[in-house]
Design a protein around this ligand. Structure first.
Ligand SMILES: Cc1cc2nc3c(=O)[nH]c(=O)nc-3n(C[C@H](O)[C@H](O)[C@H](O)COP(=O)(O)O)c2cc1C
Length: 197
């Protein structure tokens, strides 16, 4: 399939078959992530692959336990919704920001608040590129996915459970799609782009 068609046809998957994703496919997904571009080649990402049912269940429970006073009522419902997506998935890739670049920027360059903010932003941009690579790589291999950020409300509990201190950027669920969702419509492209001639 042509690449643009694949981008347009990919729909988020929140219901998965009870079937694991083979190791060779997981390795290709990770490989596509690490080959993403990053600021000055700092590669500020770290990935944690979780495919054990008990671990996935525990993470889902942590996410479903988010206190309403942290997330708010309607956001709390969305976080709970993510917990169900996690519970259903045979594979999670937890995406972390090691802050390799902001740490280096703070140490070696003149510390300037505005510059640090730019450094933080560029790290997240690089990591987002890695996430999108992994989602599209998976799609090309017939594996569906869902990019989740609502679990970030439970970051400290998830990190305690996984014994990790890096910042959690996203949880991506992967698996064979039981039910693909319909893509949301796109706004007219003219409202989103300006050509300056
Ligand atoms: C940065 C980002 C964060 C997202 N976080 C969540 C989430 O926490 N929970 C969820 O169910 N979907 C999440 N999604 C998936 C979107 O909601 C999903 O792409 C959308 O519902 C389907 O729209 P689409 O047709 O444009 O893909 C996230 C997507 C992106 C890009």
């Amino acid at each position: 399939m042509d690449f643009l068609c694949m981008i347009k046809n990919r729909a988020v998957t929140r219901r998965y078959e009870d079937k694991s994703v083979p190791v060779e496919i997981v390795e290709k997904i990770i490989d596509s992530g690490v080959w993403s571009s990053s600021i000055h080649g700092f590669q500020p990402w770290k990935f944690m692959v979780i495919n054990g049912k008990d671990k996935i269940k525990k993470i889902s429970e942590i996410v479903s336990d988010v206190p309403v006073d942290i997330a708010g009522d309607s956001m709390g419902k969305l976080v709970n919704f993510s917990a169900r997506v996690i519970a259903d998935a045979p594979l999670l890739i937890m995406v972390y920001n090691t802050k390799a670049f902001t740490n280096a920027a703070g140490k070696f360059f003149k510390i300037n608040r505005e510059y640090i903010e730019i450094a933080q932003m560029t790290e997240i941009e690089g990591i987002s590129g890695a996430i999108q690579n992994m989602i599209m790589m998976a799609e090309s291999l017939g594996v569906g996915s869902c990019w989740l950020t609502t679990p970030l409300f439970c970051e400290s509990k998830i990190n305690d459970f996984l014994n990790i201190t890096d910042r959690l950027v996203a949880v991506i669920t992967f698996g064979y799609s039981m039910q693909k969702e319909v893509r949301s419509p796109r706004k007219n492209v003219e409202t989103k782009v300006n050509y300056v001639r």
